[in-house]
Design a protein around this ligand. Structure first.
Ligand SMILES: Cc1cc2nc3c(=O)[nH]c(=O)nc-3n(C[C@H](O)[C@H](O)[C@H](O)COP(=O)(O)OP(=O)(O)OC[C@H]3O[C@@H](n4cnc5c(N)ncnc54)[C@H](O)[C@@H]3O)c2cc1C
Length: 385
């Protein structure tokens, strides 16, 4: 006898668990849901940062926040204040623990760890049939959050790659009130590089070396640059590494559908980082995933069908595309372009733009801050679409 569910969520990382939390706390009829997760257990494998605007999800669980941010290049340093939307950091372990507890409290939700799909789901007579490591299962709807292969994403415009250490230094050397959003590596023709420094106390900070480039950079390629940066911030002082994190985020996603088993049916949706969760120009995905999870749970309740990520507005998408193309074609200009943005756009406008809450006047301010010359070719391509 096959186990039956209204919904199967494949992959219970950020997107899968976020949807699980929304379903678990839903009033009324909750869809009977199975979450399948391949990991055996959750670890504190990443930190999520976001602008803590009023209403930001999980804001109250953040372990630290900064109201002062800096960006810095070889030529200048720009500081800006963001008390109106503090930059917040959430440890993934805090989120995982909360999500697992919330899901466990609702008998209609079942999270199975160390579980995978053995064969791609097949649709027959209104049911998705799945052969899983927990046995055969059928479900009315599927939310698939499994990351797509790097090969299928090879036409993505830019890759954000990073490697970071959470360190504890012997001496009190950090300013816990100020985060360094981008401390630029010298401009060069291969990548836009920068350090991201998030001090949580005078002795403890997350330091990441990040690249935006036409190709992914793997941790072994970033390590020497990160080691140099850490030595520089610590001025040679003693420290220990408490935790390491790394990531590859597609910016300006392009999926080769011939290389993925893509199902085209309203009861099957793809979500998560490689299915449109990340804002193309920044790679930020956490708050967008929360917004999607709220809407997807609502749609499940009303229609029994899940939702994919919403498309960005035409204008936002085009602005992001143009920006990413310019960075890909002229990485040497990257530090200057970002410095211009932070120096010339009023911080409230910039934060609204970066967190997908921009009005058209914010878009205008961003456009005005960028030098016209490198954008002309791409603007022409845009206007001729
Ligand atoms: C280190 C790191 C730091 C980040 N920091 C930020 C940040 O500061 N701010 C921000 O907005 N975004 C950030 N992101 C981007 C984004 O928010 C995260 O990547 C987020 O975890 C994406 O959620 P997801 O559900 O798509 O992927 P994941 O969280 O990776 O979840 C996918 C899940 O699917 C499981 N899985 C994979 N294959 C199978 C299978 N065959 N069967 C069952 N399960 C499977 C995996 O084990 C995993 O749990 C960061 C990403 C990384 C990697």
């Amino acid at each position: 006898m096959q186990a039956e569910f209204d919904l199967i969520i494949i992959g219970a990382g950020c997107a899968g668990l976020s949807l699980g939390v929304q379903l678990a706390k839903m009033n009324g009829t909750v869809p009977k849901t199975l979450l399948l997760e391949s990991r055996k257990f959750y670890e504190n494998d990443r930190t999520w940062c976001f602008w803590g605007e009023p209403g930001a999800a999980y804001s109250e669980m953040a372990s630290h926040q900064w109201t002062q941010l800096t960006v810095q290049s070889a030529k200048e340093k720009v500081s800006f204040e963001c008390a109106f939307a503090p930059y917040q950091i959430l440890a993934s372990q805090t989120f995982y623990d909360y999500a697992v507890q919330s899901i466990a409290q609702n008998a209609l939700l079942d999270l199975r760890m160390d579980s995978v799909v053995l064969q791609e789901p097949q649709y027959q007579e209104g049911w998705w049939r799945l052969d899983t490591s927990c046995g055969p299962i059928r479900a009315r709807a599927v939310v698939d959050t499994r990351p797509k292969s790097m090969e299928s994403l090879k036409n993505t415009t830019l890759w954000q790659s990073f490697l970071g250490y959470e360190i504890e230094s012997k001496e009190a050397i950090f300013d816990p009130l100020t985060a360094r959003l981008m401390d630029f590596y010298p401009a060069n023709s291969e990548f836009v590089g920068f350090n991201y420094v998030l001090p949580q106390s005078e002795k403890r900070a997350l330091i990441e070396f990040t690249t935006f480039a036409h190709r992914p950079y793997f941790p072994n390629e970033l390590q020497s640059k990160l080691d140099q940066s850490v030595a520089q911030y610590l001025k040679g002082g003693d420290f220990k590494i408490i935790r390491t994190e790394s990531g590859l985020i597609p910016m300006g996603l392009a999926t080769d559908n011939s290389l993925v088993a893509k199902v085209d049916h309203p009861s099957y949706v793809y979500t998560g980082l490689t299915a449109g969760a990340a804002r193309p120009a920044t790679g930020y995905a956490f708050q967008r995933i929360q917004e999607w999870a709220r809407k997807c749970a609502g749609a499940m309740k009303e229609t029994g069908l899940p939702l994919a990520h919403a498309n960005d507005s035409y204008l936002l998408k085009k602005m992001d595309d143009i920006f990413l193309n310019v960075i890909r074609d002229h990485p040497d200009l990257g530090p200057e372009l970002f410095m211009n943005l932070f120096a010339k756009v009023e911080s409230k406008r910039l934060v609204r733009f970066l967190s997908d809450k921009g009005h058209w006047v914010d878009y205008l301010a961003v456009i005005k801050a960028l030098p016209a010359a490198p954008f002309l070719k791409d603007i022409f391509n845009f206007s001729s679409l």
